[in-house]
Design a protein around this ligand. Sequence first.
Ligand code: SN0
Length: 314
Amino acid sequence: MNFTSVTDILDVETFVQEAIALKKTPFAFQHLGKNKTLGLVFLNPSLRTRLSTQIAAQNLGMNVVIVNADKDSWALEFQDGAVMDGNTVEHIRDAAPVLGSYCDIIGVRCFPGLLSKAVDDSEHIMRQFIQWTNKPYLSLESATLHPLQSLADTITMAEHRPAHRPRVVLTWAPHIKPIPHAVANSFAEWTNRLEVDFVITHPEGYELNPRFSGNARIEYNQQKALEGADFVYVKNWSSYAEYGKILSQDTSWMLTNKHLENTNNARVMHCLPVRRNVELSDEILDGPYSLVQEQAKNRVFAAQAVLKRMLENL
Ligand code: SN0
């Protein structure tokens, strides 16, 4: 079993309940991971994903080995037929089978280059790891999706679900640099599976790949989108149409308490790391409506639910 998208989980609702149950008995399945090794490869930085996945694996009795490629390991080459007379030292075709021979499950973080839509949409790094390790693959955020984050977000919303059908709003926020679409795409893909009203709001030109935003309602007026919201998910992403470009730095899109006035006492979410007072104001992050620390905590149980299922399918 690979875990790269919500499409790898057929029973989202029961899976979320399973993750919530793991919170009460985190050490109940240590036999599953005994003598199994998880290899984590980071091509990009990570705080929560790295630690929560490692802790989840340890809770399940697994061993964990971690490689920070290009830092404490060799710089990897992903191009077929490359003449390797430059900065890359080892081809994925040589390195990945080694990882596969050492590990039972391989997790990889590989951000998009944000230079070529075709290259990033092809997920060529993820695909090569899957192909050349020949082991079950756990996405630690790929070029287009971040499913462990979205599972944690889904768990967090389930824990705070109001009695009525919730209104969930994903709002774009400003940022100083071009940022991947993965968190927003993935949140949309998972939220589209839930029994909720789902609205995405962003300036024109920031439409996500419709493959992930699906039938979500797009509303270009942020204030209108936020009316009656129960959950507001704040995230920056770069343009998909004008691939990887920054089209707006309109500071009025930064979420402040003022933006929440016409919501239904909305709880505010962000995957972290957050640029304070650029994406989200201090008053929200430090106030009573923020769920960001609960989301971060739930990363452990999201990873644990996924690893448990992968171990059961080994
Ligand atoms: C990544 C992203 O995909 O949005 C990872 C989120 C889990 N975030 C960033 O790259 C933020 C970088 C910055 O400089 O703020």
